[in-house]
Design a protein around this ligand. Sequence first.
Ligand SMILES: NC(=O)c1ccc[n+]([C@@H]2O[C@H](COP(=O)([O-])OP(=O)(O)OC[C@H]3O[C@@H](n4cnc5c(N)ncnc54)[C@H](OP(=O)(O)O)[C@@H]3O)[C@@H](O)[C@H]2O)c1
Length: 266
Amino acid sequence: MSKTVLITGASTGIGRSTAILFAEKGWNVIATMRNPEKANFSSDKIHVLPLDVTNSDSIHTAIAKSLEFGKIDVLVNNAGYGLMGAFENCSPAQIQRQFDTNVFGLMEVTRALLPHFRESRSGVIINVASIGGKMSFPTYSLYNSTKWAVEGFSEGLQYELEQFNIRVKLIEPGPIKTDFYDRSPEIATSDLKVYDEYVNKIIPKMNQAGEKAPAPEVVAKTIYKAATDPSRRLRYPADPGAWTAVILRKLLPSHIFSTIIRSNFH
Ligand SMILES: NC(=O)c1ccc[n+]([C@@H]2O[C@H](COP(=O)([O-])OP(=O)(O)OC[C@H]3O[C@@H](n4cnc5c(N)ncnc54)[C@H](OP(=O)(O)O)[C@@H]3O)[C@@H](O)[C@H]2O)c1
């Protein structure tokens, strides 16, 4: 019998590529997104449902509808975006929205599906983090802190879920060419102009990294690998750039690593 995966943020980028790959592999896919009218899939294995990860009702309605199709085997918590700019230029509401989406939304979707996974004594929770969950970049302090939170949450969660045969996986992409850099980000601006020169120098460099980056299909493959890996492995750097960054971070003293970041972006 075909397995079923539920994906958040499947309208574009990594989520969309993941939906297509799982369908090609014969899985039933529940591709959730804020605006289902944006869905653009040709496979009849893909079912589209509305789900906004910042809206509790929307989460619970989507999960209840999904369970009408039958057992869910894998959850891919992919929805997310970047709040970029200087910390002082971000309003408390922007910071709240960043954490509501990337952290609390991911937690609430996970919590909504956990009773089903516990009862079926199986399940895989795949959280799309980032290399920016193990290191931080200029103008990305808030986005990166959400991904550090996802890393810490997932690492702790894996232990308590082992007894129910539920595995937790972290996907760590480096820069990937998606809407992440142009349509999706929120750029922090305020009346405080003292950071403008700095931010205007750095953000184009960060965007250039996205321009030259691999396509989202490479991350979809890593997500598929994690979904079908029966081991307890937690972390999956998603692409060659991510592997390099993660290894350098592990091997180099922190101050040398920061010097490399400065020399690339300052
Ligand atoms: N691209 C990169 O370089 C990169 C690197 C590391 C990690 N990531 C992570 O990968 C994930 C996917 O990003 P992407 O690169 O594929 O960018 P993307 O093309 O912008 O996709 C982001 C997806 O998240 C959705 N989303 C945003 N807020 C949402 C909400 N409140 N509820 C439900 N869905 C929401 C977007 O929906 P709408 O279409 O409605 O906006 C879109 O489907 C994110 O978690 C991102 O942080 C990306």
